[in-house]
Design a protein around this ligand. Structure first.
Ligand code: NAP
Ligand code: ZN
Length: 352
């Protein structure tokens, strides 16, 4: 069996806000319960950009982003039971958690009370930093490895590991389905998967985008209706219309305006994570017993459920595949909402 490399090629930001550049980073040797993966594709999530730019908290640099990882198993530790060399697998936003707390035991490792360990910009128990998927190989505990169904190509599957689960989990929790009216705010990486998944769950889906520029795409992806939020009439026309609004926007919104679109007992659920706090008027909730909530990725069991659901319904991401030397350009385009709908790095370009 191959011995996995302990030094791997990667793209990293050397300092906050600095452009990413080619470098090498260490990987641990394959341990008892570890799976070594040769990465084939890595999606670019807006969270990568927030973190490289230190918009959320002080990051760990050099930073190798990437938590939408799809690849093939190249080596397994002696205690690994569920994966074998050659398996098609994915890794998402987490690589470990305590495994003992009430939330881990409930399969909600993303809410681990000791803090789940992020795939990058995190630290392992020994204090060493984690490095993400913009790299040739990764070594991960088998409990945090997902199986990619055969019917999903690895490139379109990669974004499911974050954009897919981050939309699937709240849509399932807030019961998107037949008879339910769901709005998705923002047609980017998360938003376009939200539209596909909500439609596949049987909900009536509306896209609320800044403009009508992507309307044809939105309808093709499964939306029943599409409105521009730059048009003030949208907010009068759709007042009280929705059971669930999923906000995937990376910037602050006028929350009172969006809350006004909920019917009695409707919920506005945030997955978008802007740099700055938002404020809202409590009367926007009180009037119609509305709720406002947030959601973070999903647990490992639910992530596998999402991958199987996407395979069953033929749902992959809409992607633009790029070579690694175009990552910085892709970041600019994502920030300008100029992405249809996920950039995915072809990791073969790191082997050159
Ligand atoms: P993205 O591809 O950039 O999509 C965001 C979309 O929001 C844009 O395409 C755009 O859609 C809309 N938008 C952007 N700026 C806007 C503005 N100023 N006003 C109104 N709409 C705006 O980003 P993403 O990768 O989907 O991620 C979206 C957010 O979710 C980020 O903040 C990310 O960090 C966060 N996130 C959270 C989780 C979680 O677990 N909660 C997981 C992953 C990502 P239109 O052009 O259609 O308006
Ligand atoms: Zn992400």
């Amino acid at each position: 069996m191959a011995t996995s490399p302990t030094t791997v090629t990667a793209y990293a930001a050397p300092a906050p806000k600095a452009p990413l550049e080619r470098t090498t980073v260490p990987r641990r040797p394959v341990g008892e319960r570890d799976v070594a993966i040769e990465i084939k594709y890595a999606g670019i999530c807006h969270s990568d950009i927030h973190q490289v730019r230190d918009e959320w908290f002080e990051g760990i640099f050099p930073m190798v982003p990437g938590h939408e990882i799809a690849g093939v198993v190249t080596e397994v530790g002696p205690g690994v039971t569920r994966y074998a060399v050659g398996d098609r697998v994915g890794v998402g936003c987490m690589v470990d958690s305590c495994g003992r707390c009430v939330n881990c035991r409930a399969g909600e490792e993303q809410f681990c009370l000791e803090g789940s360990i992020q795939t990058y910009n995190g630290r392992l128990p020994d204090g060493s930093p984690t490095y993400g998927g913009y790299s040739t190989h990764i070594v991960v505990d088998e409990d945090f490895v997902l199986r990619i169904p055969d019917s999903l190509e690895l490139d379109v599957a990669a974004p499911l590991l974050c954009a897919g689960i981050t939309t699937y989990s709240p849509l399932a929790h807030w019961k998107a389905g037949p008879g339910r009216k769901v709005a998705v705010v923002g047609l980017g990486g998360l938003g376009h998967m939200g539209v596909k998944i909500a439609h596949a769950m049987g909900a009536e889906v509306t896209v609320l985008s800044q403009s009508l520029r992507k309307k044809d795409d939105g309808l093709r992806l499964g939306a029943d209706h599409y409105y521009a939020t730059s048009d003030p009439e949208t907010f009068t026309r759709l007042a009280g219309a929705f059971d669930l609004i999923l906000n995937t926007v990376s910037a602050n919104l006028d929350l009172d305006a969006y809350l006004s679109l909920l019917r009695l007992d409707g919920a506005l659920v945030h997955v978008g994570a802007p740099e700055h706090p938002s404020s809202f008027n409590q009367f926007s909730l009180i009037g119609m017993r509305r709720s406002m909530a947030g959601s973070s990725i999903g647990g490992i069991r639910e992530t596998q459920e999402m991958l199987d659901f996407c395979a069953e319904h033929g749902l992959g991401a809409e992607i633009e595949v790029i070579t690694a030397d175009r990552i910085n350009e892709a970041y600019e385009r994502v920030t300008a909402s100029d992405v249809r709908y996920r950039f995915v790095i072809d990791i073969a370009s790191l082997h050159d």
